[in-house]
Design a protein around this ligand. Structure first.
Ligand code: BF8
Length: 638
């Protein structure tokens, strides 16, 4: 029987068939086995916050209209949403804390293997934070910067430092609504407190509490992660690389890094390049060591080092199913527990490394920043020594890679757009004012198993660029579109509208820009800040002709991102709706009511083409409000 189409990426689709031929049960099979899924849960009407429950509200029939404690559908849906925001914000923020901690150790000479490579960024931050630089060693400056930003996590009063970067109008919204974040951890704890039985029962108040925690992620935890990763590992610069499962090599040791934190993956790259390690690989019969990334830790080393990328979230089991992977090294977030089971059918070792994330069946080699390079060497050695155990009978080498350009940032986009001698957003703003570029869209987020893998990302982004919308991306969405060839300059000629094409040609950039991992959505916020500062296209983020989207979102982190993006004044379309549809009031508050509170709203649309047009119409409305010129090539684009 022919296989169902599960992926828009032909390389993945073939590998799904290979995995099935090998008798493996993978994510799509587990999804099928789970049908039908719980309708109460999907509508957000299942409540488990206390032990009198679980309760569920019957949205249609004569069943209960409140939980046992009296909580309404509105309270339950809002509370469930806020818990998810808090989990997502905590994941990003804890990542940010770990990066700040690694920088602090490095500055104090206790982070073995790390070097401070981003001096320009460090000096810029020092200036912003009021840290003296004259006559001081770089380590002293870095130590003080790290201490100041680490203190942001436990801060009890005042306002987050990076939140001050937002335009005045946005800050006014936050202060008036009482959602200006004080401390990163504090807002997450408060959001969770609100959701305990019998605390906050007003859906509006609950959601605003959630937005506050999310803003602490976007303008706090994630922004700290981005800024200090740039300080420690250097600022990314556009780099060409290869992507998709075809990057796995037949004659080299394949070490796949999967998860999120660059503190580990950067050290693994370093260790794998050491001559003794390459020699060891040769002694074990391999030609060398091939590092490949999955998910956001892959994005981190892709954008800084040009390390090839094996794939996104739904490809993790597929990578192992090739039989080519000596070790898949994981840290935190988006790692399927099923990996160890699939790996047990091959010689592949799953190596867990975080004290926060252990996996039954995995080999645990605990990572500590203090001994980072030594631990990375041990991990690489474990992978190399596993090469002779590869079973040629079980190997299926996937064919197919794509070229991409990664490594754009808020600062270097500046540089490109302004030309070599004039780093400025003026040309971008001018292109928008002149109607060459309609606006900018951030298309980000995960893969979700109920959607044909990558299909929504690709369809939406093609539709946007066809209508002269410049697209910026992060996370698994960037990986999806990169595999489809959209992240190379040539894509402008194939897919972009004429106006966008002209800009891409003049500047030499792709029509779709890879801005990094999911914490790097903070780069998108900062690009918006720069667009406002440059002038002429809005006094506030909420006035800019921009929109956000996560067409295949899946994780709680995506919910936190969506919340802070909307909270920052950017209209955002999610594919499958947030699980609030059981409460009309909550749904309407998210889709309409927030406009008056933060200057933006959510929308939900599963059809990616329709969703793209909702974004385009929104951008058009913003253009009209700004009285910008009509689009230069409107007829063709439409
Ligand atoms: O942080 S896009 S599946 S990998 S959550 Fe996870 Fe979603 Fe991918 Fe990166 Ni982001």
């Amino acid at each position: 029987m022919a296989e169902r189409i599960r992926s828009a990426d032909p390389v993945s689709q073939r590998q799904i068939e290979v995995a099935h031929a090998k008798g493996l049960q993978i994510v799509w099979d587990r999804y099928d086995a789970m049908q039908p899924q719980c309708g109460f849960g999907q509508l957000g009407l299942c409540c488990k916050v206390c032990n009198m429950g679980p309760c569920r509200i019957d949205p249609f029939g004569d069943g209960p209209k409140t939980g046992i404690c009296g909580a309404t559908a509105d309270t339950i849906a809002a509370r469930n949403l806020v818990q998810k925001i808090a989990v997502g914000a905590s994941a990003h923020s804890d990542h940010g804390r770990d990066i700040a901690h690694a920088l602090l150790l490095t500055a104090r000479g206790e982070g073995k293997g790390y070097q401070i490579l981003g001096r320009r960024k460090l000096n810029a931050l020092a200036q912003e934070l009021g840290v003296e630089t004259d006559g001081r060693r770089i380590e002293e400056i870095a130590e003080e910067v790290a201490e100041i930003l680490l203190a942001e996590f436990g801060k009890q009063e005042g306002e987050l430092i990076f939140a001050q970067r937002a335009p005045e109008g946005q800050k006014k919204y936050w202060r008036e609504a009482g959602i200006m974040p004080r401390g990163i951890d504090r807002e997450i704890v408060e959001a969770l407190h609100r959701t305990h039985i019998g605390v906050d029962n007003d859906y509006r108040s609950l959601i605003l509490g959630g937005l506050k925690a999310a803003l602490g992620d976007g303008w706090g935890g994630s922004m700290v992660a981005t800024e200090l990763s740039d300080v420690l590992f250097g600022e990314p610069w556009p780099v060409r690389a290869k992507i998709n499962l075809g990057v796995l090599s037949e004659d080299e040791v394949n070490l796949v890094v999967h998860g999120h934190e660059p503190t580990l993956s950067e050290m693994i790259v370093k260790a794998a390049q050491e001559p003794e390690m390459v020699k060891l690989a040769k002694e074990n019969g391999a030609k060398g060591i091939n590092i490949a990334g999955i998910c956001c830790t892959g994005n981190e080393i892709l954008m800084r080092q040009g390390i090839p990328m094996a794939g996104n979230f739904l490809q993790q089991e597929l990578a192992v199913s090739t039989g080519l992977v000596e070790a898949i090294v994981v840290d935190v977030q988006c790692i399927m527990p099923a990996l160890t089971d699939v790996a047990s059918r091959f010689h592949t070792k799953v190596i867990s490394t975080s004290p926060k994330a252990k996996f039954p069946g995995a080999t645990h080699i605990e990572f500590r920043e203090e001994d980072a390079l030594d631990i990375a060497r041990e991990i690489v050695r474990t992978a190399v020594e596993n090469f002779p155990n590869r079973d040629p009978e079980k190997v299926n080498k996937p064919e197919g890679t794509m070229d991409l350009v990664a490594g754009f940032t808020m600062e270097n986009v500046f540089h490109h757009l302004g030309g070599r001698f004039r780093a400025t957003y003026r040309p971008l703003n001018d292109a928008i004012i002149a109607g060459r570029i309609r606006g900018v869209a951030g298309v980000v987020g995960c893969n979700e198993v109920s959607i044909v893998h990558d299909s929504a990302h690709i369809a939406m982004v093609k539709e946007l660029i066809k209508h002269d919308v410049l697209v910026v991306q992060t996370g698994c969405s960037a990986i999806a579109c990169a595999k489809a060839g959209l992240l190379q300059p040539e894509a402008a000629f194939k897919y972009a509208g004429k106006g966008l094409q002209e800009v891409c040609e003049a500047v030499g950039i792709p029509p779709v820009l890879h801005l990094g991992s999911c914490v790097d959505n903070s780069r998108i916020l900062m690009a918006c800040v720069e667009m406002v500062k440059e002038g002429g296209i809005g006094e506030d983020i909420s006035e800019l002709p921009v929109a956000g989207a996560a067409p295949e979102w899946m994780s709680d982190k995506a919910i936190s991102i969506g919340s802070y993006v909307v909270g920052s004044g950017i209209f955002t379309v999610f594919g499958r709706p947030l699980r609030v549809k059981g409460s009309r009031a909550v749904d309407e508050f998210l889709r309409k009511g927030l406009e008056d509170v933060v200057g933006a709203t959510w929308e939900f649309e599963e059809d990616p083409i329709k969703a793209a047009h909702i974004m385009i119409e929104h951008i058009n409305r913003k253009r009209e409000a700004l009285k910008l010129r009509p689009m230069m090539y409107a007829a063709e684009a439409a």
